[in-house]
Design a binder for this molecule. Structure first.
Ligand code: DON
Length: 568
């Protein structure tokens, strides 16, 4: 298949990889967890938010209570991705082994339509789905937290929101990494928010500066006092609607009023002795992860070793095929009948791998979606929590791009997402992650845009084994996949499995992106001789995970960011 967008996609991936590079300076306060901990553990993107979560666990809160507190604390301390103006997914497993998932993904506003990002000639308008008021889907995070708390929470709601209010009002000392991000975003904040001064300073931000967010503190107080109505009705809803009117955005007060998160059954699958509990559509991540695990299961990965050429080749070939399916069959299940059973059918997956040839790379142009009847990873954030009883929560939440659309709701002090870019603006035209899609993921009013977020929980022998997830756009799925293999196949401990260098292939563009030094030169040249195009670039993902052993909980906090694991 001839693909006119290959070059453009390569450029976009490179661009993402460049952004990824900005995330390297880690906060000295960030903490690689020791462990084992017996009473609970939180691993998330900032030291302050981890501490908030740990305090809630120590006060007798369960994993969901801690998650709610962490979500709001990240909205304050990790403004690039932590949010109240975005959305996400939660995978939950109770200590007894009951599972559930909550979809609080953003939705297309009622006024959204299939061609909204196309010009009169039918071409995608550059950046329209990324840095405009129209780039925002209807936010889901606040409703998600309210729902999660209503169903599983133990402590009082107000006590879970309060720590974030304190952090916003009193301010906190920013890390070197956050200073870098704020300086990077400055020109865009200025351009997109005329007359507003949020996140701006006369001189460059530097490590240790105090970031105070009084408007955000007031918004969080409304959420503390009124729950859902503190955001989807009243003052904040008025402010969102006014912001939208002023900037030609689409989100109306009715859209906000009508937003509801959805409980969905987890999708589950097996890998050897392990049970994988993960997110169903509108995430593509869960299905893709299960497809990938099945595709490699019968090969001797353990014998080949971590990031050796055979290991990389097999994984890349599985990824190529799985991402081809993603482009055609994955979308919001409320709007498009996703063929889940066909995609996960073992015979289908085995047949798919039959065209894999050890002697040469399978060109992506020869792989099509199966036929059935019928980079910086600051832009999204993941947290993993286990409490004393063994209840566990795996949440990935996002604004999509770093600081989302970079548009702040005037008076309310928070950023809006640019999640509309996760829809397919036009069949075959790549989005910012180089992903393509078609009808399954076309823009429609009230529809949720497809995601790659893959919050996952794993059981072994009926017991909790691992809680894992990461940001990273299209690389989320492959990062979660590799982290799991690092533990199960390559005997790495939790921290090592998170730290280990990663690589990625997504069918199109037809290239293997590797983190710097992820593969040794001999492996690279073997793969290149077989026709693989290897591109070395910046950091990929920020995996935060917890492993449960007979001794207790061990964390893996990604050194690619300020990620911190705390336990007790
Ligand atoms: O839902 C998704 O798949 C994307 N909006 C995630 C974006 C992301 O991870 C950004 N980080 N690099």
């Amino acid at each position: 298949m001839h693909h006119p967008h290959l070059l453009k996609q390569a450029a976009i991936l490179l661009f993402c990889a460049t952004i990824l590079q900005t995330a390297v300076a880690q906060d000295p306060a960030a903490k690689t967890p020791d462990g084992p901990f017996r009473n609970g553990m939180v691993v998330c993107a900032t030291p302050n938010a981890s501490k908030v979560g740990l305090d809630i666990l120590k006060k007798g809160g369960n994993a969901v209570d801690a998650a709610v507190a962490v979500q709001f604390a990240l909205a304050v301390t990790h403004p690039e991705a932590g949010n109240i103006g975005g959305g996400g997914f939660m995978v939950y497993r109770s200590a007894k082994g009951n599972t559930n998932t909550l979809d609080f993904r953003e939705k297309g506003p009622a006024a959204a339509s299939a061609n909204m990002f196309l010009d009169s000639a039918g071409n995608v308008v550059k950046d329209m789905s990324l840095a405009t008021h129209q780039a925002s889907g209807v936010p889901g995070s606040v409703d998600g937290m309210v729902e999660a708390h209503r169903k599983y929470g133990k402590l009082k709601w107000a006590d879970l929101v309060q720590p974030a209010i304190d952090l916003a009002r009193k301010g906190f000392a920013i890390s070197r990494r956050l200073a870098g991000s704020l300086n990077w975003g400055g020109p865009q904040f200025r351009k997109l928010n005329p007359g507003k001064t949020y996140f701006l300073k006369d001189v460059a931000w530097k490590e240790g500066d105090l970031l105070v967010q009084e408007d955000l503190a007031k918004t969080l107080e409304l959420i503390r006092d009124k729950g859902r109505d503190g955001f989807y009705a009243g003052k904040v809803a008025d402010e969102i609607a006014a912001e939208m009117r002023a900037g030609n955005g689409l989100i109306s007060k009715a859209d906000l009023q009508n937003y509801h998160s959805v409980w969905r059954n987890a999708i589950t699958g097996k890998y050897k002795d392990y049970k994988i509990i993960t997110m169903p559509p509108p995430s593509s991540g869960g299905i893709a992860l299960l497809q990938l695990l099945h595709s490699v299961e019968k090969y001797p990965l353990h014998r080949w070793g971590h990031n050796q050429d055979s290991t990389v080749q097999l994984i890349v070939e599985a990824e190529r095929r799985v991402y081809a399916d993603r482009s055609k069959y994955l979308g919001d299940p409320d709007f498009y009948k996703v063929p889940v059973d066909s995609l996960l059918n073992p015979t289908y997956l085995d047949n798919r791998m039959k065209t894999f040839n050890w002697n040469a790379a399978t060109p992506s142009s020869s792989i099509q979606p199966g036929a059935f009847v019928g980079y910086e990873s600051d832009q999204t954030t993941h947290y993993s929590i286990v409490d004393k009883e063994g209840n566990s929560v795996s949440i990935t939440t996002t604004l999509n791009g770093s600081f989302g659309s970079k548009i702040l709701v005037g008076g309310a002090g928070f950023l809006l997402n640019n999640e509309m870019d996760d829809f397919s603006s036009k069949p075959g035209v790549p989005n910012m992650f180089g992903l393509i899609g078609g009808k399954a993921n076309s823009i429609q009013a009230g529809k949720r845009m497809l995601s790659s977020m893959t919050p996952t929980i794993i059981e072994k022998g009926g017991k909790l084994f691992m809680v894992v997830g990461t940001p990273g756009g299209s690389t989320i799925i492959t990062s979660v996949f590799q982290t799991i293999l690092n533990v199960i196949e390559f005997d790495e401990d939790m921290q090592q499995a998170v730290t280990s260098k990663r690589f990625h292939h997504q069918w199109l563009p037809d290239q293997v992106n590797i983190e710097k030094d992820a593969l040794d030169p001999a492996a690279i040249s073997k793969l290149e001789q077989k026709g693989y195009k290897i591109i070395s670039g910046g950091a990929s993902g920020r995996v935060d995970a917890i492993l449960v052993t007979k001794d207790g909980y061990y964390g893996g906090a990604d050194p690619r960011g300020d990620d911190t694991g705390l336990g007790w």
